[in-house]
Design a protein around this ligand. Structure first.
Ligand code: ADP
Length: 596
């Protein structure tokens, strides 16, 4: 974690509210400044409009002031009114229209006598109204310029100028010029902001908004304070504080209140207040829009910051989880390596143990082979005793004969008998040698040897037993000797075992015959031991190669013969199988690899 992050985390509870507060403050400031700028712009615009419109208004109205005074100075009018020569000396209504009203654009021009009766009017009058009680008339009678804003019963808004007619320094009559104000408003139609003219009574005389016309401009409260009874007021209230010297009015416009900013100018000539208004709403909208945009920008910035932070956080977490994963992996690898090392050590121990067990097994096997041999010798010993007894008896009688013939000096006959003894001794020696070879413990030395040699020995070894069991033992040798690799003695044991079993098998048969043949087939040597016995039952076939399996009873069978045979053949890299052949019971086939 970086130092910055730690600081951020530590002061997060202060940081967040502080950021929110600062943002709020910034928004308020933006709102305030926007409003101020907009107000200043609006004020300048309003003041310009007001100055221009007031100037136009003044210019338009000033000519009528002059017009009333000019008419009052006409000699014919002075003369007529001065001499009470009333109607004859005065200009006609038509003249008034063409000379004054028509030219100036005034609505009406009246010539009034001192009693207030209208003598001449350029428009026809329904009755002869007397204007004696009118204020503007009184002002004129007193020698000054009378002025008044008037609204007729028909709703026509007029401005009236009344100028005294002097004759010999005496007021002899009054000239009244009535100006229709409506045309002044027309130019305001195009204005963006409302314009108002308020007369001396506080009434809206002119307005660019028709609905506002002829209403009281002052608020209900003001009117009450002024003790004026007016129902039709326009302004509901105005704020007491000024915004940059702009008054904020709440104007009742078409039944609903709207806030307006206002600048005003007093026109002393007419006794009017000219007001330029501007809708405050547009400023508020402008301010709110800027505040909203600022808020959105801030929100976007906050979001961007948030995204950046969360990305940073995610990256940090990823980095941490990667580190944790790497550590976990490292630990797993270490544990696994440790486990494997332990397993390896155990395996090594096991391998050693197995090697030892194998060695023991081999030794046991060899012991077994030896035991089996000895057992075989035990079986054979009776037969061998008989075999030895016969030649021994013969040797004795030949020796006796030789002794007798020597005493009789019959040397030839004695020699013949001694030769016979020699032959018999040789035969016995050969049998002893074979027996010694057979019983000799195997040396595990592998040598090239001929199968024929093995078979020659077997004939000598097994013939006596065959003879005893009355079995015909046939050895069918090939033309050429067949050579195999291994130990001579072990192969002779194999064949001896198979032949002994075969001789046992034919015991009950009428034809008692055992054939042993061997030959070369491609790169293999084949040895067949066939008998005319009953053959091997399928059930027995399954078990006959197991150790200690025998059907011969414990007296005559150990059940080790075929087990040992199978093991030795495996050592020779050969195979043993039982086959069937016509005229034979069991046929054992040994296949061995040929010697190079
Ligand atoms: P053993 O000869 O001591 O019984 P072996 O392992 O040599 O032990 O033989 C196992 C069994 O296989 C014999 O008991 C016998 O039943 C059967 N057997 C072996 N050779 C033959 C054969 N040539 N014909 C019939 N059965 C046989």
């Amino acid at each position: 974690m970086t130092k910055n992050n730690m600081v951020l985390k530590k002061y997060r509870w202060v940081f967040l509210p502080a950021v929110v507060l600062c943002s709020l403050f910034a928004l308020l400031l933006v709102g305030y400044l926007t409003e101020r700028t907009a107000l200043n712009e609006t004020k300048t615009r309003m003041e310009n409009t007001l100055a221009f419109q007031t100037a136009t208004l003044k210019a338009s109205m000033e000519k009528y002031t002059v017009l009333a005074a000019l008419i009052a100075r006409r000699p014919d009018i002075i003369k007529a009114l001065g001499e009470d020569n009333l109607l004859q000396g005065l200009p006609t209504a038509d003249q008034l229209t063409t000379d004054f009203a028509g030219l100036s654009g005034a609505d009406d021009v009246w010539i009034v006598d001192v009693s207030g009766s209208i003598l001449i009017s350029n428009r026809p009058l329904n009755q002869s109204p007397n204007i004696f009680d009118k204020e503007y008339f009184n002002s004129a009678i007193q020698g000054s310029l009378g002025r008044a804003s008037v609204v007729t019963n028909a709703g026509q808004r007029l401005y009236i100028f009344a100028s005294p007619v002097f004759s010999n320094n005496q007021v002899v009559g009054v000239i009244v010029v009535r100006v229709d104000l409506e045309y002044l408003e027309r130019v305001w139609v195009l204005l963006q902001d409302p314009m108002l003219v308020i007369d001396e009574t506080g009434r809206v005389l002119l307005s660019s908004i028709p609905a506002w016309r002829l209403k009281s401009f002052y608020s209900e409260v003001e009117l009450k304070n002024a003790k004026k009874e007016v129902d039709n007021y326009l302004v509901e209230k105005f704020t007491t504080h000024s915004r940059d010297r702009l008054m904020l009015y709440h104007v009742l416009d078409k039944g609903r209140g709207r806030d307006f900013l206002q600048v005003t100018q007093y026109v002393a000539l007419l006794g009017w207040e000219v007001h330029a208004l501007s809708n405050y709403q547009s400023i508020a909208v402008q301010r709110n829009t800027v505040v909203l945009i600022s808020f959105l920008i801030m929100a976007l910035l906050a979001m961007a910051f948030g995204l950046w932070r969360s990305r940073q956080k995610r990256l940090l977490e990823e980095q941490r989880s990667q580190q944790a994963f790497a550590l976990r992996l490292e630990r797993q690898v270490r544990d696994r390596t440790h486990e494997l090392t332990t397993t390896n050590q155990q395996l090594e121990v096991e391998i050693d143990e197995r090697r030892l067990a194998e060695k023991h097994l081999r030794e046991a096997q060899q012991e077994l082979v030896q035991a089996a041999k000895l057992a075989g010798i035990g079986q054979m010993s009776a037969v061998l005793a008989h075999e030895y007894n016969q030649p021994l008896a013969a040797i004795r009688s030949y020796a006796d004969n030789a002794t007798t013939f020597l005493s009789k000096d019959n040397a030839d006959a004695a020699t013949d008998n001694l030769q016979r003894i020699n032959m018999l001794v040789d035969k016995m020696a050969s049998l002893t040698n074979t027996l010694r070879n057979f019983t000799h413990k195997s040396t595990s030395e592998s040598k090239r040897f001929s199968i024929n040699g093995v078979m020659d020995e077997l004939v000598i070894l097994l013939s006596p037993q065959a003879k005893k069991q009355q079995v015909k033992l046939n050895l069918i040798a090939p033309k050429d000797p067949v050579f195999v690799m291994g130990e001579h003695g072990r192969l002779s044991q194999i064949v001896a075992n198979l032949v002994t079993n075969a001789m046992d098998a034919v015991n009950e048969s009428t034809i008692r015959q055992v054939d042993v043949c061997w030959y070369r087939k491609l790169d293999k040597a084949i040895i067949l031991v066939k008998d005319t016995g009953p053959g091997v039952d399928d059930k027995i076939k399954e078990k006959m190669f197991d150790a200690f399996f025998t059907t011969k009873g414990t007296d005559s069978g150990l059940g080790l013969g075929l087990f040992i045979v199978m093991n030795i053949i495996n050592d020779f890299n050969g195979s043993l199988s039982i086959k069937e052949e016509k005229d034979y019971g069991a046929v054992f086939e040994i296949i061995l690899p040929l010697a190079e």
